[in-house]
Design a protein around this ligand. Structure first.
Ligand code: HEM
Length: 463
């Protein structure tokens, strides 16, 4: 019994049935959310068909709740269609924190992405970085596709032993299509059945029940992300002629035991999560690096000086990073200036909670506005300015890796891996290229407009 009930967090006024659906931004949501937070405070709530979502717009609110109370805030939302009918409830990114699989996945991913494991990928990253440089040399305009090929080649080789050929590679294209579809399928308000769960009891032939047939079709399409590459790898491994990978290592574990169907299923989901979590995010980070270098030539020059001094004409290795403070600061600044997961991934509350005078009910979806945190003036003065020197000198500003990779029991398992591949790529590129603005037909420089599109946030949309 609460005599004066604690109020829900404030937020925009909802309509009776559809809630705030009509006000939700279609693009650059994180910017609109930050504006709303100027009106409603650092923590606000909106509703879509009765489903509550809160947005945490400051580092304090996000770390107090998602890190500090991670036992309550580390679940993922369930969408009837997406997780139940389309069969994604056991995927690594979606799995409930209360399902024993969550811990198993995290442990397995750690084994493939920890510092020691990453060291064994050094040659692969170096080789792919050379291929990237060559591709850029031949077709500089096509750089986003080259970056995509680079990320795909590294991850598909380490996950499955698959060798990417060219930038229209079969698996890379299939994964890309699955990403597009996922973004569409998880759009808020897309499925009425998520708003009215009773609809799920309607047979598929009945008017309004056709979503079941569509879900069945999408389920098959999304298989491209996990089952097909996994089956391919298994076939290769069984043929005896294969490239060692995360999949081969775990299908034939060192202790020699025979892997059962459950373990195989776990492995399948984990391997595919490496691509789902790792491909777009590293491509976005490298794209931001190109943008920053073309916009800020003096920063590029300082970075190149360090590369020339430490690396010279040899190839960079991971160990070099320890003696390259400017490049390390540059990587932090690229990550902060253009966060590749500006809203992270959704968390979900498993128990009623009270925070800072707000009642946060069980089953609320929670997003940390990572982009807004990266622009908090009190942490990063002049936040739009690209300045690696923020992190250098006697009073460095906070390391943004503290929040860019998410929070609590869901924190990104691939952070060290991402940094290693970004480090090798950017040092290698800076030692061979000067990145500058494109020139138009009159010989004038074209200043790129920096706009965050949904492709940069597809992972964030992959609930
Ligand atoms: C710059 C690169 C990257 C950024 C900024 C990034 C960021 C994030 C963020 C914000 C989350 C959500 C965490 C949360 O829910 O609080 C996440 C989750 C995840 N990331 Fe990354 N990530 C990057 C690279 C990678 C790489 C390279 C991999 C794998 C090779 C990876 C695999 C994953 C996986 C599997 C999850 C889901 C974890 C879970 O739900 O338990 N990420 N990442």
């Amino acid at each position: 019994y609460r005599s004066t009930p604690t109020p829900l967090p404030p937020g925009p006024k909802p309509k009776f049935f559809s809630g705030n659906l009509h006000q939700l931004p279609k693009i650059e949501k994180w910017k609109v959310y930050r504006e709303w937070s100027n009106t409603y405070g650092p923590i606000f709530m909106y509703k879509v068909f009765g489903k509550k979502t809160i947005i945490l717009n400051t580092l304090k609110t996000a770390s107090d709740l998602l890190d500090g109370r991670s036992n309550l805030y580390s679940d993922r939302p369930r969408s009837w269609i997406y997780t139940e009918y389309i069969g994604r409830s056991l995927s690594v990114l979606n799995v409930s924190s209360q399902n024993p699989r969550h811990k198993i996945y995290r442990k397995l991913m750690h084994s493939g992405l920890n510092a020691r494991a990453i060291n064994s990928y050094q040659n692969l990253m170096e080789q792919e970085s050379q291929t990237l440089a060559q591709n850029l040399m031949e077709f500089p305009d096509d750089f986003i596709n080259h970056l995509r090929q680079n990320a795909g080649a590294i991850i598909l080789k380490l996950a499955y032993g698959w060798t990417v050929t060219g930038n229209r590679d079969r698996f890379v294209v299939a994964m890309e299509e699955a990403f597009e579809l996922t973004a569409e399928l998880t759009r808020p308000g897309k499925w009425l059945v998520d708003a009215i769960p009773l609809l799920r009891f309607i047979p598929s032939w009945f008017p309004g029940g056709s979503f079941k047939l569509r879900a069945e079709e999408h389920k098959r399409e999304l298989l491209a992300v996990d089952q097909i590459p996994f089956d391919w790898a298994k076939k290769e491994i069984n043929s005896g002629n294969y490239i060692p990978s995360f999949t081969s290592q775990h299908l034939f574990p060192e202790d020699g035991h025979k892997v059962n169907a459950e373990e195989e299923d776990i492995l399948k989901w984990t391997s595919s999560a490496l691509y789902v979590g790792g491909a777009d995010t590293t491509v976005a980070t490298m794209t931001a690096f190109f943008a920053a270098m073309s916009l800020f030539p003096s920063t590029q020059e300082k970075a190149r000086q360090e590369v020339d001094e430490i690396i010279g004409i040899r190839k960079p290795v991971f160990a070099d990073q320890a003696s390259m403070p400017y490049i390390s600061a540059l990587i932090k600044e690229v990550l902060r200036w253009a966060p590749s997961a500006p809203l992270g991934l959704p968390h979900y509350v498993i128990q009623d909670d009270i925070y800072s005078g707000h009642f946060i009910p069980k089953d609320t979806i929670v997003f940390a506005n990572i982009w807004a945190i990266s622009r908090q003036e009190e942490i990063y003065p002049n936040p739009e300015e690209f300045d690696p020197e923020r992190y250098l000198g006697p009073t460095p500003q906070m390391d943004p890796r503290k929040f860019l990779f998410g929070f609590g029991r869901r924190v990104c398992p691939g952070a060290a891996f991402a940094e290693a591949s970004v480090f090798i790529n950017i040092t290698n590129l800076l030692s061979q290229f000067t990145i500058s603005k494109a020139i138009d037909t009159n010989g004038a420089e074209i200043t790129p407009t920096i706009e965050f599109t949904s492709t940069m946030t597809r992972v964030a949309q992959t609930m």
